[in-house]
Unconditional design. Structure first.
Length: 109
């Protein structure tokens, strides 16, 4: 991952939790799902200007705390209304205890 940037340690993100990071002005939610896998998705809910990292992680979804839209951590697609537009999903690599995100590699939009 040539454009990857270290954003945090794996231990900085709890299981079923999210952490907001900013890379080049782009807010990203670093999420550890219920099985401990790390994901990176756009941190702004497409229904409103709400930080998704303040929401709730359940299995492989991240729920916006304000209006309840759930987004797939794998695809960024909204699974429940009121959101209907997806959030971007970015490439993540874990090297040792470090989490790297490459915002130039969008896995899904």
């Amino acid at each position: 991952m040539s454009g990857a940037v270290r954003v945090c340690a794996v231990s900085d993100v709890g299981v079923s939790a999210a952490l907001r990071v900013v890379i080049d002005g782009l807010p990203i939610a670093v999420v550890k799902d219920s099985v401990g896998d790390i994901h990176a998705i756009g941190d702004t809910c497409t229904h409103g200007d709400i930080s998704l990292s303040e929401g709730f992680v359940e299995d492989d979804t991240l729920e916006c705390w304000a209006h309840g839209s759930k987004f797939s951590l794998a695809t960024g697609k909204p699974l429940t209304l009121p959101a209907y537009e997806p959030v971007p999903v970015y490439a993540v690599s874990v090297i040792g205890d470090d989490v790297f995100i490459d915002i130039t590699v969008t896995l899904a939009v």
